[in-house]
Design a protein around this ligand. Structure first.
Ligand code: NAD
Ligand code: MG
Length: 394
């Protein structure tokens, strides 16, 4: 029987993973080692009961009594706090889903890789902040990382059986989000609710807003660079409003392999769950005649400066990805709290990057997790200061 763990089980990716695992036999087909969540302990406990999980962990100490109560009378052990989440990753599982949102997903993912099994990686922030370290840890321990971001799963599938040295370019698509056709002036005054209203994908709040600002695509360009190792000049993003083509890989003979599918993350999750084979996944089948046309356009870096910043980060590499992601997380917190405007987010990230770029370690590749976490910490402080200044100006 295969064993599995799901980090971030109660989120959007976690729910979809749970759904597929239940459809594929649930506790009769899988031994569930650990499930983790944050404040939604009722749902975490329901999932733990359904999968007969050995361990359920909440990120918050104050949620532990409620989790314990919800799992009374079961075999499931309970624990709380970031340390307990990291320790849950030390319990070996054949297949681990990394679906915590933000830099908080880095430590459990790194720890899971040390057991040399398969890590299904939805947490793109791990690759953005610590790509070289993550890939080296996987290699050193004989572990496999499978990308779960839809674009990266698509690239992975398009590359199957191909010689990577024959690849000329990689194109990831972007829906363009809710503000694709808005003017700069309209975008400037948007609300949190408008930024969350993604036209094609149903996702967690943070990634939805990141899609509206195209910070999500910026993270994904860096993720492509770190996971597949292609040079930054080979990687591009193209706006594709229908979200049917997820990525394309162009080869030296001019041929291009595209991956198509519905905008449903269960495809990428199901691909990772069943890899190296394929299993039935209950996503809608695309009907090309009904879709009728697939359109593409060049992204606008003036309205979406996150894309320009991603290029700068890919060029600087080192710890700039850790700084970029941390600053973006803080800017997003301030936007959600109503302290700064939507366009201020990119300005805050740019200011924070400028502020930490003089740091001696900025251009150096991370050697340890501490290198990454200390840059993350510095950039959060710099972004907080930058956001404070923007808030005063409003
Ligand atoms: P979400 O907000 O819906 O869920 C996040 C999960 O992480 C929840 O289980 C939550 O309880 C947990 N969590 C939140 N903060 C935590 C913390 N500090 N410590 C421990 N656990 C914490 O997010 P999501 O949309 O499912 O996204 C999860 C990850 O997958 C992100 O990295 C996102 O970029 C990536 N991703 C998501 C999608 C999507 O369609 N939702 C697509 C591609 C990639
Ligand atoms: Mg994606």
């Amino acid at each position: 029987m295969r064993s599995l763990s799901i980090f971030g089980a109660t989120g959007s990716i976690g729910e979809s993973t749970f759904d597929l695992v239940m459809r594929q036999g649930g506790p009769d087909a899988f031994r569930t080692v650990a499930l983790t969540g944050a404040r939604n302990v009722t749902r975490l406990a329901e999932m733990a009961r359904a999968l007969k999980a050995e361990l359920a962990v909440t990120a918050h100490e104050d949620c532990l009594p409620a989790l314990r109560e919800a799992l009374a009378g079961t075999w499931t052990e309970v624990a709380a706090g970031p340390q307990a989440i990291a320790e849950a990753a030390d319990r070996p599982a054949d297949w681990t889903m990394s679906a915590i949102v933000g830099a908080a997903g880095l430590v459990p993912g790194m720890r899971a890789l040390k057991h040399g099994r398969t890590l299904a990686l939805a947490n793109k922030e791990s690759l953005v902040t610590a790509g070289p370290l993550l890939m080296a840890t996987a290699a050193a321990h004989g572990a496999t990382i499978l990308p779960v971001d839809s674009e990266h799963s698509a690239v992975f599938q398009a590359l199957a059986g191909e010689d990577a040295s024959a690849v000329e370019r990689v194109i990831i698509t972007a829906s363009g989000g809710p503000f694709r056709d808005w003017t700069l002036e309209q975008i400037r005054d948007c609300t949190v609710a408008q930024a969350m209203a993604h036209p094609n994908w149903s996702m967690g709040q943070r990634i939805s807003i990141d899609s509206a600002s195209m910070f999500n695509k910026a993270l994904e360009l860096i993720e492509t660079r770190e996971f597949f190792g292609f040079a930054p000049e080979m990687i591009e993003a193209v706006v594709h409003p229908q979200s049917i083509v997820h990525a394309l890989v162009g080869f030296c003979d001019g041929g291009v392999m595209a991956h198509l599918g519905p905008a449903d993350m269960r495809h990428a999750i199901g691909f990772a769950l069943n890899w190296p084979g394929r299993g039935d996944v209950p996503v809608a089948r695309i009907d090309l005649a009904q879709i009728a046309s697939l359109t593409f356009q060049k992204p606008d870096e003036e309205r979406f400066p996150a894309l320009r910043l991603a290029r700068e980060v890919m060029a600087a590499r080192g710890l700039s990805g850790a700084a970029f992601n941390a600053a973006k997380e803080i800017a997003l917190d301030h936007f959600i709290a109503g302290n700064i405007g939507f366009l201020d987010m990119a300005a805050v990230v740019e200011d924070a990057l400028a502020s930490v770029s003089g740091c001696e370690t900025f251009g150096k590749l991370p050697r340890t997790l501490e290198d990454v976490l200390s840059m993350d910490h510095l950039a959060r402080k710099a972004a907080d200061t930058a956001a404070g200044l923007r808030q005063q100006k409003r």
